[in-house]
Design a protein around this ligand. Structure first.
Ligand code: PRE
Length: 117
C-alpha cells in the first residue's frame, strides 16, 4: 500500500554543512521511526524556502554517501506572509504495509504543525 509521511526542519545558517546536517538529521529520523527500507521507497520530494541557496536538499542528502539511489526532487516552497524562514520540507512516499506514517518536525519547524509534534 502506498504510504506517505511529512517532515520539516530549519537551518540556522545558509551553508552547505548546516544544510547537509539538517537534511540528514531529518531524513535519518524519518527512516528510523517509520522503519523505511531502501527497496520500499518510491520517491523523496523536498521544498526549500527561497532564502536557502547554499546547496539543494537532494544534493545535501547524497553528500555523505548515503541515499544515493532514490528518486529525488526539489522545488521552492510558495511564498506567503509570515512564512517560516530557512525551512526545508520533505515528503517521503513508499510501499508500506498500511501502517500510518510518523511525521517529524525538527528545530524551528516544530511551529508548523504543533498538532503533530
Ligand atoms: O507541514 C508543513 O510543513 C507546513 O508548512 C504546513 C502546510 C499545510 O498547511 O498543511 C503548509 C505548507 C506546506 O507546503 C505544507 C503543509
Amino acid at each position: 500500500m502506498v504510504t506517505a509521511v511529512r517532515g520539516a526542519t530549519t537551518v540556522e545558517f545558509d551553508t552547505e554543512s548546516d544544510t547537509i546536517d539538517r537534511v540528514l538529521e531529518l531524513v535519518d529520523n524519518l527512516f528510523e521511526s517509520n522503519k523505511l527500507e531502501e527497496f520500499n521507497i518510491i520517491s523523496i520530494i523536498f521544498s526549500v524556502t527561497d532564502d536557502l541557496v547554499a546547496i539543494n536538499p537532494a544534493a545535501a542528502l547524497r553528500a555523505k554517501g548515503g541515499y544515493g539511489d532514490y528518486p529525488l526532487f526539489c522545488t521552492q516552497e510558495p511564498k506567503s506572509i509570515g512564512a517560516l524562514k530557512q525551512a526545508i520540507r520533505v515528503l517521503i512516499t513508499w510501499n508500506g504495509d498500511g501502517t500510518k506514517g510518523i511525521p517529524c518536525y525538527l528545530h524551528n519547524a516544530k511551529v508548523l504543525r504543533p498538532d503533530l509534534v
